[in-house]
Design a protein around this ligand. Structure first.
Ligand code: SF4
Ligand code: SF4
Length: 56
């Protein structure tokens, strides 16, 4: 179970700088989280201005 980024992402990049495992990168439509390296810490969800990141 990893955190995921929805279409509400505005590609601001705030989450990328906060991720301790560098699991977030810019994808084709919006930013994306690598489920293989995400440790479910939740830091990215706390800094996202649009609430686009959730644990699902
Ligand atoms: Fe990175 Fe933590 Fe967000 Fe996973 S939950 S993408 S490890 S900041
Ligand atoms: Fe997208 Fe939220 Fe990350 Fe900004 S902080 S790039 S809006 S997921």
């Amino acid at each position: 179970m990893a955190y995921t980024i929805s279409d509400e992402c505005i590609s601001c990049g705030a989450c990328t700088a906060e991720c301790p495992t560098e699991s977030i990168s810019e994808g084709a439509q919006h930013y994306e989280i690598n489920p293989d390296t995400c440790i479910d810490c939740g830091v990215c969800a706390d800094v996202c201005p649009t609430g686009a990141i959730s644990a699902e």
